[in-house]
Write a protein that binds this ligand. Structure first.
Ligand SMILES: CC(C)(COP(=O)(O)OP(=O)(O)OC[C@H]1O[C@@H](n2cnc3c(N)ncnc32)[C@H](O)[C@@H]1OP(=O)(O)O)[C@@H](O)C(=O)NCCC(=O)NCCS
Length: 198
């Protein structure tokens, strides 16, 4: 496909058997990120996968929480994905989501196959996530968090209509700790009112 061509993505719910492909897209997309924004090493060998196949399957099947994953594909070939958590007003949010605005749907792991970046597919996936939470869950707001040093990514989200909510939390460094990531990272919440359920 030449850089001027763009094929329309088809969207659907991911199924358990999609977990290996979904995990691969997320991990390769995050590994491909430019590092001028200081949160990752340039050296690919120092980068780590952020999602295992079993965790992707857990997200897809909603095993641990009220979650789904969306798949954007060309035919059978999934090339874009995102995680969505249903707004839940019946139970308090889990520990890692204490900074969510009550009643908001939550987005995560928005990712496009890195060979297809900058063609508008990320925006298309985000628009589909917004449509899904409005139509399927009657959610009127979508939120997510991002690493605060990724200023270009934030500007991209601002162009899609997202604004800071004022909430943040320390970055979860996990088992690899500060060996692989910059020190002092924070996760900052962005959100968008979706204009009422359609
Ligand atoms: C963030 C991410 C999902 C964006 O996906 P993408 O498909 O590259 O994004 P888009 O193409 O929709 O938008 C990026 C830019 O590409 C350019 N672009 C958009 N459509 C284009 C087209 N048809 N032709 C050429 N360039 C285009 C634009 O500059 C656009 O920015 P703008 O819409 O604000 O002007 C992708 O970079 C990714 O997978 N990153 C790694 C994972 C990650 O960091 N996820 C976010 C976690 S919070």
């Amino acid at each position: 496909m030449s850089s001027s061509q763009k094929t329309t993505l088809a969207f659907r719910l991911a199924a358990a058997q999609d977990a290996p492909r979904i995990a691969h897209i997320i991990n390769s997309a995050f590994r491909s990120e430019k590092t001028g924004q200081t949160w990752l090493y340039d050296d690919q060998k120092k980068r780590v996968d952020i999602v295992s196949v079993s965790l992707a399957e857990d997200f897809i099947t909603g095993k641990s929480s009220k979650t789904i994953m969306l798949a954007g594909s060309f035919g059978a070939d999934i090339v874009a994905t995102c995680y969505l958590r249903r707004p839940d007003t019946t139970v308090p949010p889990p520990d890692h989501l204490q900074h969510i605005t009550p009643g908001s749907a939550w987005l995560g792991f928005l990712a496009v196959d890195p060979t297809l970046h900058s063609k508008g597919y990320g925006k298309d996936m985000l628009v589909e996530a917004e449509r899904f939470v409005q139509q399927e869950w009657k959610a009127s707001r979508l939120e997510f968090d991002f690493v605060h040093t990724r200023t270009e990514l934030k500007q991209w989200y601002v162009r899609q209509g997202y604004q800071e909510t004022g909430m943040k939390r320390p970055f979860f460094y996990g088992e690899h700790g500060r060996e692989i990531l910059a020190d002092g990272l924070e996760m900052v919440v962005l959100g968008k009112d979706l204009g009422g359920a359609k």
